[in-house]
Design a protein. Structure first.
Length: 126
């Protein structure tokens, strides 16, 4: 089963929400990971690049920066600052945080525990 289908089944969102939310999280990872580490991630999960393009566009140019800041601390409270981006997907911070264990599980299966652990440090824990 692919990543998006696992998110849909586990979290209970639709396919568009799963793609957009996962894209936001992978964009965060792309912005924070070294190029070589992101290359390892995209080799393990080739759909990462297309998911990033599925993410809602940055409004006012600051969305991804605020996403990185809000998610970087792993705090659900910080996720609340993403209301605008998440609203376009009809998601809330609590829901998008539920994507993380699913994403990490798939990354661990396809890319190994080291890659999953590296990504896990960048994404908010539930």
């Amino acid at each position: 089963m692919d990543l998006i289908q696992q998110i849909v089944n586990t979290v209970g969102v639709n396919e568009q929400q799963a793609k957009g939310g996962a894209g936001l999280l992978f964009k965060l990872a792309q912005d924070k990971l070294a190029a070589g580490d992101f290359a390892k991630l995209s080799q393990a999960l080739p759909e990462v690049v297309s998911l990033i393009t599925s993410a809602p566009p940055a409004s006012g140019g600051g969305l991804l920066g605020s996403l990185a800041g809000a998610l970087g601390g792993g705090s659900l409270g910080g996720l609340a600052s993403l209301a605008g981006a998440l609203t376009s997907l009809k998601l809330d911070p609590q829901t998008i945080s539920q994507f993380v264990p699913v994403i990490l599980d798939v990354v661990k299966q396809k890319g190994g525990p080291e890659l999953a652990a590296m990504l896990g440090k960048l994404l908010p824990a539930r």
